[in-house]
Each structure stands twice: as structure tokens, then as C-alpha cells.
Design a protein around this ligand. Structure first.
Ligand code: ADP
Ligand code: MG
Length: 697
């Protein structure tokens, strides 16, 4: 049994370690930088760097790296050793303040969306002191932001940090008008729940689709899927349990507050949730968590799949982004308190979120758009592609009373009677949950449920922070001028409900009726990435991000371009993989089986010349027909892939083409393959079946 408090954070240069290792003055200066964003003096940075290096070496590190989040979606690192030669032919271990603060990786091979040509390769990484440095695989990793020589941002951390600042400024204005003089800072907080699949490495290695694409492109349904609901919260298997145990311990060593683990709905699917932290730390930690999940799986002969839809026919994986705002003293601004009807400040923050979500459905939707997640949203397992909010009965009633002016009767918390003497009775929550809502109020935070399991949460949180800050700014403008703050605030809340209540929906988001109802309400229903991504650069959004200094128009355009290019590239890789599998493995396998059947049929006929057809003949004909259909579909997909090369220049058109032609052709090819697999000899089928993939661990 590990001593958890002892191992927790042992790989992190955290506050306790800083306090212990830095001279008092240096520690204070660094804290000031972390808390107030004060610039750090080079002499101070030198002292910090030295202490960091000493600590890192004592803990087995030989290298350091700036650790950053370029637009690839994963983290990047370039390792330099601490060694520095001495005149006597030996080395000493050195690390300067300059090296801590700034790095200069060649930026030319990171996606920039046309911001830079490759000959303008210079890029900079800049230390983010608000996220602790840590040791991973013998390297001291320093969390950094990443920008180009000309100053454009090339990463996901910088806009997130900017959006947190913007929200802080506007939220502080609101707190001030409500008479708060003690709060110094408002931070956004995030707890991301991470879903994933585990498959046996030996089985994984036999599937080209999983190796190249992270998801299966073929696979007939197994006899059993998730219909018995026996996996959700089910007993965790020994091998998975051993994996989860080691994963927890690894994460704790990185100072990550891994808290909850359980089986999810689909077979072989699981979830991990940490305790929430500030958005910036939560983002860094979630990136690190995903990397550690994969690494630990290897040690258990497993592969951790983070793709949003690794298997057709069973649920895919998402990432629930729990979000709130908190003061530096730890007060949650979305806590409704005992009597929300009288908590005007809470209602103002709540109204801001409601209006922000309604006004910026497009941005929230696109923050969750990816080639992988397109297979989930709207597929009756994840929220639909339509944005709506769930508030619960109590808040709904409160808002109703404000809108209509009717008196609000607070319902006392109900006691849940268990009617069994040995069981305690307990107080029920004031409202039930709605598992189908994309943006649900869950007691004292909002849970944004659209994100895909592989997403970097920075993008969604940059957007949530910015759109909420934008509304708070408008509210603050009004409230600061008001003579009677309380009644002005009530007026704001009332107006917000009147104008934005269409976004509130408490019913079943998976139902067909909702799609119609949402259309009637004028809500957006953008089903795929190419439908929604061009909205990133709409006039409204360029203005919004420009106004708050999050992205310049150039940066926004580059992001849009990168995300759409990435979508096309992914589908292209998938199509090439499908073609490879279809031509090189599936076709020969089916042909061999057809031949085997033909030979058996001939053998039978040769014994008795009266026999004209045998069962083998029937099956042979069926498979031969399917195979010729399959070969025609291969041809269609081949042509579709080639066709994409013909659309030059226009990325929106290209992305649309991939969706409408290439993806469709892949699906049609798959349908035939799956039918052949269902009628084939398992021995001859070239890949492990879905049954083997989903039930082998
Ligand atoms: P469930 O699956 O029931 O929705 P979990 O316990 O799996 O809930 O996850 C809830 C997540 O919400 C956790 O990561 C938790 O730390 C986080 N959370 C709780 N309070 C806040 C808050 N104020 N701000 C952000 N996240 C929060
Ligand atoms: Mg959960």
C-alpha cells in the first residue's frame, strides 16, 4: 500500500517544495508573479532555476524541456540536458533563469494555419509560472505558452490564460457592485471527467485501423453489446483494477487529484475524474493524464483508446467539462445557497451563463467539433449537436417567478424515506439530474457535456470564459450606473430570461421531438465539423474575440484553417487505411473462403453426380456476390479519395467533400465488409472480431 500523502506531488516542484528550497525573498517574488501576474526579474529567475535544477537532479532528472500545447492537440516537448562542458574535459549540470523563462523551439513543423511560412521558423515558448514544473521520464518539464517570432499565438494555453484574465476582470466588477471588498481575484474552475476504453495489446496489434486511426473501420456486431446495461458501474475486473490502481498512483505523484473511477456504459469502457482545479491547471493536468493513461496501459499489456468512437454500435467516449467560477477565498459564485430567489448576485452570474450559451451556441458547438466527435454528437449516446441548458426544477421555478413577478414559494428539501429501519433517511437534492443535456446545471457548477474524450479542454474553456465574460461586462456596465443595484440586477435577470429562455430545455435531448422543437425555437443544429467550423471567423466572433484580446482575426483564421485541415487529414488517413485493409486483407480472405467453399462443393458433386447444388454452393454464391459488391465499393472509395485532391484552395469545400463523399464511401464499404464477416469463417477473417476487442480484457 502506498503512503498516498507521501507520494502525492513527489514529482512536482510545488508550493511546498518552493517554500522549502527557495530563499524567502525569492519565494515571495515568485508567489507575487504567480498570484498577480507580476513580471519576474531575471535575477530571481536565476535563483528559481538553480533550485529547480538541484531538486530535479536529486530526483533523477538529467534533462529539461519546455512543455507546451501546440495546435496538434497533443503536448510537445524538446529535451535538453543540463550538461555544460568544463575546461578539464568534464561537465557540470547547469540551468539558467533565461532557459527557464524562454525557449526557442523551431516552430516550422507545428501547424500554424498559414500564419508563418516555413522559412520564418522562429518560435518562442514562455514559462507559465502558474502551473508547476514536474519531472517526467528523467526530464524537468516546464509548462509554457508558445508563440511565433511575430507574436501570434500558436498554442492552446495562451488564449485560455487570456480568457481567465478577462473573466476575472468582469466578474470582479460584478462583485464590487454587490459590495464585495475582500475578493482579490476570480478564477474559473474545471473538473474534466475522462472516458476511455481499454483493449488487450495483443488484440490491438492485429488491427491496422486501431493502430493508424485509433478507431475500428470495420467490424461486425458481436452477439452481445451494451444492451444489458451490466457494465455501467459494474464490478471492475482484476486486470482493469490493477491498471486503475497504478494509474491513480502515477497521477498522484504528478500532483493530479485523481478521485473517481468506474466502469462506463460500453463494455471495456471506463471513466476517471479528478477533483477540480483552476482551468489552467485542470487543462495541463488533463493533458498529462491522457499521456499517463496511455503509458500505464502499456505496462499492463493493454492499450488505452481515447478516440471518441472506437467501436460502432456501442457508446463512444466523451469528456464532461464541469465549470464554475471561484473567488480567491474559495467562494463558488455559482453556489445558489439556501435561498437562490434572494441571492441576486448568484442570479446575475447564472443569467450571464444562460445568455452566453444562447448567444454563442455556434462557438460552444465548434469547441467540441472534431472528426472523432462527429461520430458521437447526435447519435443518442452523447448530447445532440443542438445546444440547450438544463437548470433543474428549483432554479427553473425561481426564474419563472422573476419573469412573471409571481411569489416564489420555496420548497423545503424533501426527506427521502428509505422505509427500512437499518437504512438512514436522507435529504434529497432539490432537483433531479438530466443526463441528456449538453449544458446542465449540477448543483453549483455547469457541466458541458459535448466535448470528445480526446479533446484538449483549453479550447472549450477559452470559449466558455470569454462568452460569459462578455455578458458580465455588459451587466457590469449597467449595474455600475444603477442607483439601486438590487432592483437593477433583478431587471437584468428578468430581461435575460425573457430573451433567452429558448435555450432552456429540461426534457429528453435524445428524442426526435426535441430536434423539431429546437428548430421551432430557432436553435442551431450543426451536425458536423465542416458545418460549424467556418462560423469561427464570422463577423460576430471576430469582433467578440478581438474586443477581449483573446484572438486577433489572423489568429482566429489560422485556428479555423488548422482545425479544418486536421479534419480532412484524419478522414484521408482513415480512407487510406480502409482501402489498405479492404484490398490487402479482406478481399483475399473472402476470396480464399469462396474458393474453399467451391472446392468442397465440387468434392461433394464428384462423389454423387446427381447433386447440382450443395449448401456450400449457396454460401459461396452469397459471398461471391458480396465480394463483387465490395470490390465495386473499393473503387468508389478510391475515386472519392482521388477526387479530394482536385479541390484546390478552398478548405471549407474540401472538408465538406471529405464528409459527403469520402466518409460516406467508407461507411458503404464497411457495411458490405461487416456482412461478409458475419457470414465468414472466423479462422479466415483477417482481424480479431469486435467480441475479441470488447470482451478480451
Ligand atoms: P458525475 O459523474 O456524477 O457528474 P463526477 O464526480 O464524476 O460526477 O465528476 C464531477 C466533477 O465536477 C469532478 O471532477 C468535480 O471535481 C467537479 N466539480 C465539482 N465542483 C466543481 C466546481 N465548483 N467547479 C468545477 N468543477 C467542479
Ligand atoms: Mg462521472
Amino acid at each position: 500500500m502506498p503512503n498516498v500523502p507521501e507520494i502525492f506531488g513527489c514529482r512536482v516542484f510545488n508550493d511546498a517544495t518552493m517554500k522549502e528550497r527557495l530563499p524567502k525573498g525569492t519565494y515571495k517574488a515568485l508567489k507575487k508573479t504567480i498570484e498577480d501576474g507580476k513580471e519576474l526579474d531575471v535575477s530571481v529567475a536565476n535563483v528559481v532555476a538553480h533550485a529547480m535544477k538541484e531538486w530535479a537532479i536529486e530526483n533523477g532528472a538529467t534533462h529539461f524541456t519546455h512543455w507546451f500545447q501546440p495546435m496538434t492537440g497533443i503536448t510537445a516537448e524538446k529535451h535538453d540536458s543540463f550538461i555544460s562542458p568544463t575546461p578539464d574535459g568534464k561537465v557540470i549540470m547547469e540551468f539558467s533563469g533565461k532557459e527557464l523563462i524562454k525557449g526557442e523551439p523551431d516552430a516550422s513543423s507545428f501547424p500554424s494555419g498559414g500564419i508563418r511560412a516555413t522559412f520564418e521558423a522562429r518560435g518562442y515558448t514562455a514559462w507559465d509560472p502558474s502551473s508547476y514544473a514536474f519531472i517526467k521520464d528523467g526530464s524537468l518539464c516546464i509548462p509554457t505558452a508558445f508563440c511565433s517570432y511575430t507574436g501570434e499565438i500558436l498554442d492552446k494555453k495562451t488564449p485560455l490564460l487570456r480568457s481567465m484574465e478577462v473573466l476575472n476582470t468582469q466578474a470582479m466588477r460584478i462583485l464590487k457592485v454587490f459590495g464585495d471588498t475582500t475578493t482579490k481575484r476570480v478564477d474559473t474552475t474545471v473538473g474534466p471527467e475522462q472516458e476511455y476504453f481499454l483493449v488487450d495489446k495483443k488484440v490491438f496489434d492485429k488491427r491496422k485501423d486501431l493502430i493508424y486511426c485509433g478507431r475500428t473501420l470495420f467490424g461486425a456486431r458481436p452477439p452481445k453489446g451494451q444492451e444489458l446495461d451490466d457494465h455501467y458501474f459494474g464490478t471492475i475486473k482484476t486486470r482493469v483494477s490493477a491498471y486503475m490502481k497504478e494509474l491513480d498512483e502515477e497521477l498522484w505523484k504528478y500532483g493530479i487529484l485523481a478521485k473517481t473511477k468506474h466502469n462506463e456504459v460500453a463494455p471495456a469502457q471506463h471513466e476517471l475524474a479528478p477533483i477540480f482545479d483552476t482551468s489552467n491547471i485542470a487543462t495541463d493536468h488533463n493533458q498529462l493524464t491522457m499521456a499517463v493513461m496511455k503509458r500505464v496501459a502499456e505496462r499492463h499489456g493493454l492499450v488505452c483508446l481515447l478516440h471518441e468512437k472506437p467501436f460502432a454500435g456501442v457508446n463512444g467516449s466523451g469528456k464532461h467539462n464541469n465549470w464554475s467560477m471561484s473567488t480567491n477565498t474559495g467562494k463558488n459564485l455559482l453556489d445558489p445557497s439556501k435561498n437562490p430567489r434572494e441571492n441576486t448576485q448568484f442570479l446575475v452570474f447564472l443569467a450571464a451563463v444562460i445568455r452566453a450559451v444562447d448567444e454563442h451556441q455556434d462557438l460552444l458547438r465548434l469547441s467540441a467539433a472534431s472528426a472523432g466527435n462527429d461520430h458521437r454528437l447526435g447519435a443518442n449516446e452523447a448530447p445532440p449537436a443542438i445546444l440547450s441548458m438544463y437548470l433543474g426544477d428549483e432554479l427553473e421555478a425561481v426564474l419563472n417567478s422573476i419573469e412573471t413577478g409571481e411569489v416564489y414559494e420555496k420548497k423545503d428539501a424533501a426527506i427521502m424515506k428509505t422505509n427500512a429501519n437499518v437504512l438512514p433517511n436522507f435529504v434529497k437534492d432539490t432537483s433531479d439530474r438530466n443526463r441528456t443535456s449538453p449544458f446542465a446545471f449540477t448543483g453549483n457548477k455547469f457541466e458541458f457535456r459535448m466535448l470528445g474524450s480526446a479533446d484538449n479542454i483549453a479550447c472549450a474553456n477559452t470559449i466558455i470564459n470569454t462568452i460569459v465574460a462578455d455578458v458580465l461586462q455588459d451587466f457590469a456596465d449597467t449595474l455600475e450606473k444603477a442607483e439601486d443595484v438590487k432592483s437593477a440586477a433583478e431587471e437584468i435577470v428578468k430581461k435575460t430570461i425573457k430573451e433567452h429562455k429558448r435555450i432552456i430545455f429540461n426534457g429528453d435531448n435524445y428524442s426526435k421531438e426535441w430536434v423539431k422543437e429546437a428548430e421551432r425555437r430557432g436553435l442551431l443544429n450543426l451536425r458536423s465539423l465542416p458545418d460549424v467550423m467556418p462560423m469561427y471567423i464570422s463577423e460576430k466572433n471576430v469582433k467578440l474575440f478581438g474586443k477581449h484580446g483573446i484572438y486577433t482575426e489572423v489568429e482566429l483564421r489560422s485556428r479555423c484553417e488548422i482545425l479544418m485541415e486536421n479534419y480532412c487529414k484524419i478522414i484521408n488517413i482513415e480512407a487510406l487505411t480502409a482501402l489498405d485493409m479492404a484490398k490487402k486483407d479482406i478481399t483475399p480472405a473472402v476470396a480464399a473462403y469462396v474458393r474453399e467453399l467451391a472446392e468442397t462443393a465440387n468434392l461433394i458433386k464428384s462423389v454423387d453426380s446427381d447433386i447440382i447444388t450443395t449448401p456450400e454452393t449457396d454460401l459461396m454464391k452469397k459471398l461471391a456476390n458480396l465480394l463483387s459488391c465490395f470490390i465495386r465499393k473499393i473503387d468508389v472509395l478510391d475515386k472519392a479519395v482521388l477526387g479530394a485532391k482536385g479541390i484546390d484552395g478552398d478548405i471549407v469545400k474540401t472538408a465538406m467533400y471529405y464528409k459527403d463523399n469520402v466518409l460516406t464511401a467508407m461507411q458503404e464499404l464497411r457495411a458490405v465488409a461487416d456482412e461478409m464477416e458475419a457470414n465468414m469463417s472466423a479462422k479466415l477473417w483477417p482481424y480479431p472480431s469486435y467480441g475479441a476487442l470488447l470482451f478480451s480484457v
